[in-house]
Ligand binder design. Structure first.
Ligand SMILES: [Zn+2]
Length: 154
């Protein structure tokens, strides 16, 4: 019993000590983990965007659904995400531009480029995402103009 408990404790602590998948250069536990775990919800649109990228990279469907604008959630959302987790590996993120989305704003736009590998093929997602903050200060992803392009440019 105690052995089992230790193993699961390690499993939950290990990811917190790795470099954050959003490539901020910080540890996961000091970057996106507080938002993803619910300890400290993302205070800006960019932080939410980064934490959603990390959730995609780590395969965390619940967080992605929770941070999607309620009117955008579809009944099959979780299954769709899980299929995507299996087919796509996210390998890099670069924030290009941020408009508004600060702690005093009610909307914000984040332009980014994310690298991925799907079916052995490297790809690049260029997206301008729109975010909205509710009356309680919680940020949500609303939608985005996305372009899927071949291969990484880096
Ligand atoms: Zn991060």
């Amino acid at each position: 019993m105690s052995k089992k408990k230790t193993a699961s404790a390690i499993a939950t602590e290990l990811p917190a000590q790795m470099p954050c998948p959003c490539q901020s250069g910080r540890l996961y536990r000091d970057c996106c983990e507080p938002a993803i775990s619910g300890k400290k919800p993302a205070s800006t649109a960019e932080k939410l965007m980064r934490s959603r990228y990390s959730a995609f990279a780590l395969g965390l469907a619940s967080y992605l659904i929770d941070t999607l604008a309620p009117e955008r959630r579809q009944p099959g959302e979780r299954g769709l995400l899980k299929r995507q987790f299996r087919s796509t590996r996210w390998t890099g993120l670069r924030i290009i531009n941020v408009q508004a989305g600060g702690e005093q704003d009610s909307t914000g736009t984040v332009e980014f480029e994310a690298l991925y590998i799907s079916a052995q093929e490297p790809g690049r997602l260029h997206e301008r995402s729109r975010f909205r903050r509710d009356g309680k200060g919680r940020w949500y992803y609303v939608d985005g103009e996305a372009n899927f392009l071949p291969g990484p440019t880096v």
